[in-house]
Design a protein around this ligand. Sequence first.
Ligand code: DX5
Ligand code: ZN
Length: 217
Amino acid sequence: MSIRIHPSILSCDFSRLSEELDAISAADMAHVDVMDNHFVPNLTFGPPVVERIREVSPIPIDAHLMIEQADRHAPVYADMGCASVSFHAEASAAPVRLAREIRALGAKASLAIRPATPIEPYIDLLAEFDQILIMTVEPGFGGQSFLDVCLPKVTRTRQAIDDAGLEVQLQVDGGVSATTVARAVAAGANVLVAGSAVYSAEDRTAAIEELRELAHD
Ligand code: DX5
Ligand code: ZN
């Protein structure tokens, strides 16, 4: 499966959002972390800001919703033109229904799971999603250390996707850097989110290309 690099703008300079988006034009999508201070102990932004980002930047938006009541709020992000909408399994009463609604609105539907959430209850449902997002940190903040303990879950998910002959993308998010990206890919991930690893680098394009190369090795 093709390797995709999605920088997370959580680590960018929010006072210069438009330039910070231009700086990652070498990436496949911009990962946009929406937090509500309830699902995670941090607050970022909501629909008006994400919609404006979509309007001013040509890069497709990979929205990662770390919010409660996903069934109610996630369709808004699909409707405004985000290319992909990740909602958390822990925040949805009916993930299959929600994924179908997101797809009907023209976006890719992605199911995200926290480190303590097993993939097993979702294995038979994989065909209902375009992507599975496995968190490799506790969600809420950038710059945390990669949790190697989540890698067996990545491997089991990749195995299940391949066994079923599906084209589901497998994203990992949290602590992905030049030192951890190869382990994530070896476990079976093909979509790599990197916040601090990209935005702490002076040359964002070089950081993106370095991750891409290390992922292909
Ligand atoms: C964390 C967010 C991540 C975060 C990753 O809850 O979902 O997308 O920005 O940041 P790094 O790559 O610095 O761990
Ligand atoms: Zn994220």
